[in-house]
Write a protein that binds this ligand. Sequence first.
Ligand SMILES: [Zn+2]
Length: 253
Amino acid sequence: MIFNLRRSAAPLLRTRNLEIDGMHVPVILRRNVRARRFILKIGANKPEVILTMPGNGSETEAMDFAISQAPWIKSRINAQPDIIAFAPGVEIPLRNLMHTLEHRPNQRGTVWVLEDDNSELGQPVICVAGDQRHLARRVRDWLKKQARSDLAQSVAIHSEHLGLRAKGITIRDQTTRWGSCSSTGGLSFSWRLILAPPFVLDYVAAHEVAHLEEMNHGPRFWKLVEQCIPDYRDAQKWLKSSGSKLHIYGEQH
Ligand SMILES: [Zn+2]
């Protein structure tokens, strides 16, 4: 079931929980007055269900419908891949907002974004020109460039705020760490931070900048981080709960 919703047309009602053979599946209920029946969609790369309700449908009916579809939901969630390779039609979170990858072989350029208002799907699209054989690499290079640009900006802001100076930024595919700071003052970051919410990327930048002054995780270090990001614990919580999800995207290196 492919169903594209304009986010504005289907306000989020609430999230309910469905238990299928011991598996807990969040069911995100939305209402769309234009829908004529209950419509189920499996979340993009996520073990969750989006259930669109028609104008006159009740939540009880919606959950009854979800229960009646439990075998289908279970099989679809179990079939979700462990790795989401960059390929046409795949959805990837750019700055935590789902974008569909589209191949545009006949168009000039390399990689560009269509915001939802300009895309046929009614949701943001990352368009990739050129030969399909190079699509995955082009997407990856482009995401790295986006990561570098956002991280450079955050590093500049926090360095200035703390009166420190980084010796340059390297973007890597670190699997164990989101960022690091060398003793010579060079900062490295994982490109995957561009998939996270911007406040998370900003926190990791501030964290590594603070290491330019304090090469430890002592109280003085955390004071510096807090000076840059007063509510940095929210970002830490996000990384703890959702950070591993960022590793499913793209081929692994
Ligand atoms: Zn650290």
